[in-house]
Design a protein around this ligand. Structure first.
Ligand SMILES: [Zn+2]
Length: 122
């Protein structure tokens, strides 16, 4: 199966909206008004176009506590475990077979997540 193409940035936009919800929720709990920087971990297998993600963030953060905040994107490596031979290895993209036995029955261990690692508040 070919990896899905992104004709628009809908995928990135929905991830950005979710991220902003998390940020606003933290702002409510810790009662801060403004975020100056965000540290976001993006998994290699999350199918996120970083430039599109940045652009969506700039647009969607307008009017939120994260408006104008610096966005630091950190790439998290993808890794998988083979269900056939139990090898564990670095998986840079989905659809690749196990480098040891060639099986495609893989379990993704990490690299699909998009995670807010840190917030800087002014
Ligand atoms: Zn294998």
């Amino acid at each position: 199966m070919a990896p899905p193409l992104e004709p628009s940035a809908m995928h990135e936009l929905s991830l950005v909206m979710h991220l902003l919800e998390v940020v606003e929720e933290q702002a409510r709990q810790e009662s801060f008004q403004r975020v100056s920087a965000l540290d976001v971990e993006v998994g290699e297998l999350a199918a996120v176009e970083l430039e599109a993600f940045r652009h969506c963030f700039e647009v969607a953060s307008t009017g939120t506590v994260a408006e104008g905040a610096a966005l630091h994107l950190v790439c998290a490596p993808g890794s998988a475990c083979c269900r056939a031979c139990a090898a564990r290895f670095h998986l840079p993209e989905l659809g690749r077979p196990c480098p040891r036995c060639g099986s495609t029955r893989l379990e993704i261990v990490s690299g699909r997540e998009l995670r807010l690692r840190a917030l800087e508040v002014c």
